[in-house]
Every structure is written in structure tokens, then in C-alpha cells.
Design a protein around this ligand. Sequence first.
Ligand SMILES: [Zn+2]
Length: 124
Amino acid sequence: MTSDIDRKICQKVMGWHTFSQFDYDWWCPCPKGDHDLTGLTVRKHETFSPSTDISDFWLVEETLMEKGLTCEYIDALIEITNILIVDSDKSKQVANYRLTSAVIFLLLHATPEQRCLAALEAVS
Ligand SMILES: [Zn+2]
């Protein structure tokens, strides 16, 4: 089953559309109205889950890079991962200023779901 986050990532970040064939739902990367699958890879919905599988998210990250959205993505990921710091310090600005290495650490350890939320923010 495809989660709401995974569905939004496929549609809004990857630009994929969905179709059904052979009793499965598939994600298709073809340009809209085209549906020529030559050289393209389609994926069963249940086998692509970037919100839970980091190896699936790498493809999302590559797409963000191709779209020139790395700064927007990193900014959003800092916001999302800093929620943990804000909750304890009650001051995000202080946290950002004092905890630069901690912020980097949080970025490196961001969960696939946090990364997906940042990716969606980056394309919004
Ligand atoms: Zn298609």
C-alpha cells in the first residue's frame, strides 16, 4: 500500500503518474500524455517507498539535484530536523547558531520520512 507521503513524492517531486495493469498499480515516469515506455522504468506502487526506505529516497534526492532544488531541500530539512532541538531549547535561532555540528549530525541522520517532508517542502 502506498502511503500519502510516498504518493505525493511520486507525483509532486518525481513527476510520475499512476496506471493500473496486470492487477497492479504502477508509477510511470513518462511525460504527460505520452506513455511511451521505451527506456523508462516503471515501478509497482508497493515496491517504491521513499518515506520508509532510504535507498528509494536516493532517487528522490537525485531528482532534487537535477531540478536545482538542493538549497531549498537542505533548508527545509534543517527546519524539519531542528524540531527536536526547538522542543528542548525553546529557541530555534539559538539552536541554529550554537549547534552547527549538531544540525549537520541531524541532517545526516534524518529519517527517510523527514527527508520526504523536506523534499515536498522544496517543491512547494
Ligand atoms: Zn506513462
